[in-house]
Design a protein around this ligand. Structure first.
Ligand code: NDP
Length: 294
């Protein structure tokens, strides 16, 4: 156990920043890495969420106010983290913050599409830019929270899926750009995980409906109903976020981290389908599974 003690002491020196740690996967990663002994700096948008996190964690964990779409907030967080890290730099950055904007592409408000990319794509790059000097200093690692939706698209999930496809490309480009400093870059690709994203995006779908005309709504009623039914089924089978936290742990600590981590049986099956099936066959299968009008 003195071995364990020395590992814990060593880990306490390693600082990991996680964005979007208020709920769901981010919160699970924060408490998992905290339990492992790391010093976790948990990005939240509200002080109250930070207090809740602190209440369930060690004294090492510190919340940091961070809105990934706000340049001033990112700079403030960077300064706070730099002050805490000193010469050690950062051991890890987990780019987890994300939202899900849903809707058929003909009806999705363009502002919603912009918001989707602002949070899930632009925000991830902005945060990465801010923390890279500290990661270089600490030979830290970057873990991006992708999704199986970043490998395989679905009707109604176009905006979300496109943002996660973009994150895959950013991950691949970044991995090659920063390898010269020994900075590892991985992407985690979970299937359905039980988090509030379902209710948060549920609320968003309702918001979207209010701005969509009755005519468009009825044109896409069949498309939406099929996807809704399937998403409800997936939500019922969603696995706890701990599985994702395990993958993040591996990406941050393994001697040879993987470039991609599929998490969940559903994600693995979907990835295999995409790899093996020609587009037309895949379309027919999805049309049947999602009960799509055709
Ligand atoms: P949650 O909604 O529980 O978590 C999303 C987190 O992102 C929250 O902490 C939220 O903070 C934060 N966030 C949203 N907008 C911003 C912003 N502008 N700046 C900073 N933080 C922000 O959902 P999940 O835990 O499910 O989602 C986490 C990640 O996992 C996302 O990237 C998601 O795409 C991905 N994912 C989720 C899957 C699932 O099935 N749940 C599957 C695959 C991937 P706040 O509370 O303040 O809104």
């Amino acid at each position: 156990s003195s071995d364990l003690e020395s590992v814990m002491l060593q880990r306490a020196q390693q600082i990991i920043v996680i964005t979007g740690a208020s709920t769901g996967i981010g919160a699970a990663c924060a408490s998992h890495l905290d339990r492992l002994g790391f010093t976790v700096l948990a990005g939240v948008r509200r002080i109250a969420d930070g207090e809740t996190l602190k209440a369930g964690a060690s004294a090492r964990l510190q919340p940091v106010l961070l809105d990934v779409t706000d340049a001033a907030s990112i700079e403030q967080a960077r300064q706070t983290v730099a002050g805490l890290a000193g010469l050690r730099g950062l051991a890890g950055l987990v780019n987890n913050a994300g939202i899900a904007v849903a809707g058929p592409l003909e009806t999705v408000p363009i502002a919603g599409l912009r918001r989707q990319f602002e949070v899930n794509v632009i925000g991830q790059v902005a945060v990465t830019q801010a923390f890279l000097p500290l990661l270089r200093q600490g030979r830290g690692r970057i873990v991006n929270m992708g999704s199986i939706a970043g490998r395989a698209a679905m009707p109604v999930m176009g905006p979300y899926s496109a943002s996660k496809f973009a994150l895959e490309a950013l991950t691949d480009a970044l991995r090659l750009e920063v390898q010269q400093w020994g900075i590892q870059v991985s992407i985690v690709e979970p299937g359905a995980i039980a988090t509030p994203i379902w209710t948060k995006s549920g609320a968003k779908a309702e918001e979207l409906e209010t701005v969509t005309s009755e005519e468009l709504k009825s044109l896409y009623a069949g498309v939406i109903a099929g996807v809704r039914a399937r998403v409800a089924e997936a939500a019922a089978r969603a696995i706890p976020p701990d599985a994702v936290a395990q993958a993040v742990e591996h990406a941050l600590t393994a001697v040879r981290p993987r470039t991609r981590y599929l998490v969940g049986r559903d994600a693995k099956i979907r990835a295999l389908m995409i790899k093996l099936l020609p587009d037309r066959l895949s379309d027919r299968l999805m049309t049947w599974i999602l009960k799509q009008p055709h």
